[in-house]
Design a protein around this ligand. Structure first.
Ligand SMILES: [Zn+2]
Ligand SMILES: [Zn+2]
Length: 277
């Protein structure tokens, strides 16, 4: 099986003319399909795509992992370029989202410029309330059951501007590709928890082994217990290749590198993963 994943947006960049921003976007080329997974904040997506020879207008579908601005900010520009395409998102991704500033005031952190109606005017919106196959072995988890006792959404998120109603981030979903060598998992922020996500994908795939995990693990605020149990979980799941990036956080990345020195790899804007197994 052959496919290629190119990092278009990430918090770090590695190459001439490429720009970083806090956000995430991957370009997935799978057979004849070209699919955009998340869109970053929107400041660098089109520029990086051009630099990397990626034609966003060829995207046949856009996957939204969850509604935070750092994954959805480039969606309006992508839809303008690509025209009437499929957009996969959980309904909660389209609802307003908030976080608290350090001074106690609140800020809007949901999807910029768009709402459900505006997306429907420009795209075929597919609401992912359960797992869905996009094609050629590429799947979306839909909402991930929260079963571990040590994982939470990873921060103070709310659905109202007064920051009274906690946001469970039920929109959080991941993509995965089934290959003969094992499953390749693509995370947005894994607000559902990376271990919850991997356990669920194993369940969905009849316990198929997980080969590679790529993306944000949102362990920025993880305390010692969560880190310890996350490491133990990854060891138990026996992941062959770990490519933590974006919101995983520096301390958590360092810990993962220390625990899994032979499995870890870097990802920044411009990184290309060619799969041939
Ligand atoms: Zn997020
Ligand atoms: Zn994020």
């Amino acid at each position: 099986m052959k496919f290629r994943i190119t990092a278009l947006v990430e918090d770090t960049a590695g190459g001439r003319g490429l720009l970083a921003e806090h956000g995430l976007s991957f370009w997935i080329e799978l057979g004849s399909r070209k699919i955009l997974f998340d869109t970053g904040q929107g400041h660098v997506l089109t520029r990086n795509a051009r630099q990397l020879g990626v034609h966003l207008e060829q995207a046949e579908a856009v996957i939204i992992s969850h509604g935070h601005y750092d994954h959805t900010g480039g969606l309006s520009e992508t839809l303008r370029l690509a025209g009437q395409r499929r957009v996969y998102a959980h309904p909660a991704a389209l609802a307003p989202k908030y976080a608290r500033n350090t001074d106690g005031s609140s800020k809007e952190i949901g999807i910029p410029l768009l709402n459900e109606q505006k997306i429907r005017e420009q795209a075929d919106l597919i609401l992912t309330e359960k797992p869905v196959e996009i094609g050629e072995g590429l799947f979306l988890t839909g909402p991930v059951p929260r079963r571990t006792d040590f994982e939470d959404v990873g921060g103070q998120y709310f659905t109202d501007p007064d920051c009274l109603r906690p946001d469970a981030l039920s929109d959080d979903q991941s993509a995965f590709i089934e290959t003969p060598a094992g499953t390749v998992v693509i995370l947005g922020c894994a607000h559902a928890g990376v271990i919850n996500t991997l356990n669920y994908i194993r369940e969905l795939t009849g316990n198929r082994r997980i080969h590679t995990v790529l993306g944000g693990m949102h362990l920025l605020a993880a305390g010692p217990e969560r880190m310890h149990k996350t490491v133990a979980g990854l060891r138990r799941i026996d992941v062959k290749r770990l490519i933590p990036c974006h919101c995983t956080g520096f301390a958590a990345m360092a810990r993962l590198w220390h625990e899994f020195p032979d499995q870890c790899a870097l990802c920044h804007v411009g990184t290309v993963f060619d799969w041939n197994e």
